[in-house]
Design a protein around this ligand. Structure first.
Ligand code: ADP
Length: 487
């Protein structure tokens, strides 16, 4: 779709078309642009707004909504044909402590514990002020989403958490689509739509102050938007293997769980303006992804009771340890893979698993013997492992691997397995920001008019992100970026 055909999609009641200069058409007015499009001549369009939001994942949608809540206008650019980015792929939950949902479920949690877990999970490399902002504001983010009509009534536990605080829709359905659709609907209710297929290529500035963005549609037409502030919410670089290897050579040859738009554009554009980078080498692998294509099997499967077994039918790690530890443990098994193993009761406890079964990602057996035969693992070894684990559940203590949370024993079929291996999942390093989501230079100076939120930012997750913290991160900091950019 060309920018001109897309003009309605800008959809912002008063995004002002300053001028529509049709290059090579001697100043033809926009109304004749169809002809030019047919002739495939590149065109230029100039718009003006208060805030440009680059990237329509969770962080971008949340920030755009806060811009409009503050009475300002925003234009949201999205390079892919669909909105949602990696957020749409998030499954496990949105971590928050002291929410109304937790209290209704009788879960006693605290923001302090949430802070401690996040710092510990990140090996204390996280920037404390950013973690404080995250953990203090996540509950409010959940209430905000609920007020917008989102369903976050199911609360479970993900790796590294000392409490049940991963909020997701009823039945444990995937959280990402719920966050995206809730925010998108709220934006549409305000008459705002995302300008899809439109890639920001440059952030403009004058005398160190941000003045706008240059973007391009898929037909090569150029759009210049002047604005008082720009929010970078372009996500990470988990789909850019060259960039990953540049920052961390150990990741050569790894697959990825990321959507194809996660190419690090925001980082590259901000570097041109002198932005600092924080912990850019910190790249997380997700331990349980499909070996052939990196498709992610949510951590909530283990959180709800699944085991990880190797080709000898044995457990080899506390399944709900942090992602870096579990990834390393799987890579050291034969073939560098392992099997997620669970039964029908666990499958029934999490909506996401039903999706995996329907998509044919599981190997099944009515009995352990039947499953073991398909997996080519001695059945008696698996049976032994299950019996021992059930003993740990009954005793309330895992004397082999010290697994803290064992929500249920594994009694009776059907039995399921999914072969898994780690893939690049989340780029934890990125642009340097302060707690107001302002982008900072290497010297710690705020770049006037420039904000960033979400996976494009570094320092929130330190050396290892806890499952469920990406969703809190994008909503909390997306909101802050939107509120401050609107000022
Ligand atoms: P986050 O979780 O931080 O919100 P996501 O991956 O969910 O990150 O969303 C980031 C979005 O930004 C994706 O939809 C991606 O396609 C989009 N994006 C990335 N680079 C650009 C760019 N140069 N111009 C416009 N959109 C971009």
């Amino acid at each position: 779709m060309s920018l001109f055909k897309n003009k309605k999609v800008v959809g912002l009641t008063s995004a002002l078309v300053l001028a529509s200069m049709l290059v090579g058409c001697g100043g033809t007015t926009p109304s004749t642009s169809t002809e030019d499009t047919e002739n495939k001549k590149p065109q230029e369009q100039v718009l003006e707004t208060d805030v440009v939001v680059i990237g329509a994942g969770g962080a971008g949608l949340a920030s755009a909504l806060e811009v409009t809540n503050a009475g300002k206008e925003a234009i949201i650019l999205e390079k892919m044909p669909v909105v949602g980015g990696n957020t749409l792929r998030a499954t496990g939950g949105l971590n928050a402590a002291e929410t109304s949902v937790q209290s209704e479920l009788g879960i006693e949690d605290s923001k302090e514990k949430f802070y401690e877990d996040t710092m510990k999970g990140g090996h204390d490399k996280n920037i404390p002020e950013l973690v404080n902002t995250l953990t203090q504001n996540a509950a409010d983010a959940v209430e905000w989403l609920i007020d917008l009509g989102g369903d976050f009534t199911n609360v479970g536990r993900l790796g590294g958490a000392s409490n049940d605080r991963a909020h997701r829709p009823e039945g444990g359905d995937p959280v990402g689509p719920e966050v995206v659709s809730t925010l998108r609907t709220a934006l549409e209710d305000k008459g705002m739509e995302v300008m899809t297929n439109t890639t920001a290529t440059e952030i403009l500035s004058e005398d160190g102050v941000v003045t706008g963005v240059v973007a391009e549609d898929e037909e090569g037409n150029e759009l210049t938007i002047s604005a008082d502030a720009v929010i970078i919410s372009t996500g990470g670089f988990g789909a850019n293997s060259e960039m990953q290897v540049e920052y961390n050579s150990e990741l050569e040859g790894f697959g990825t769980t990321n959507h194809p738009g996660a190419t690090g554009d925001g980082i590259k554009m901000a570097l041109e303006l002198g932005s600092g980078l924080t912990q850019i080498k910190e790249i997380q692998t997700h331990p349980t992804t499909l070996p052939n294509d990196g498709y992610m099997i949510t951590e909530a499967v283990r959180g709800n009771g699944a085991l990880l077994i190797n080709r000898d039918g044995e457990r080899f790690i506390d399944e709900i340890e942090t992602r870096d530890v579990v990834s390393e443990a799987i890579l050291s098994q034969e073939n560098g893979t392992a099997f997620l193993f669970f039964n029908q009761e666990i499958a029934d406890s999490l909506g996401a698993i039903d999706g995996y079964i329907k998509r044919g990602l599981t190997v099944e057996g009515e009995t352990i013997e039947e499953l073991a035969e398909t997996l080519e693992i001695p059945a008696e070894k698996i049976a032994e492992t299950v019996e021992k684990y059930n003993g740990f559940v009954a005793a309330g203590e895992d004397t082999d691997f010290n697994r803290g949370d064992m929500p249920r024993s594994i009694e009776g079929g059907k039995y399921y397995a999914i072969e898994v291996t780690p893939s690049v999942h989340h780029t934890m390093g990125g642009l340097t920001i302060n707690t107001d989501a302002q982008v900072l230079t290497e010297d710690g100076e705020a770049i006037e008019g420039l904000f960033a939120a979400g996976e494009v930012v570094g320092g929130v997750h330190g050396g290892n992100r806890l499952g469920g913290n990406a969703l809190s991160d994008i909503v909390v900091f997306g909101r802050i970026a939107g509120q401050n950019a609107a000022k």
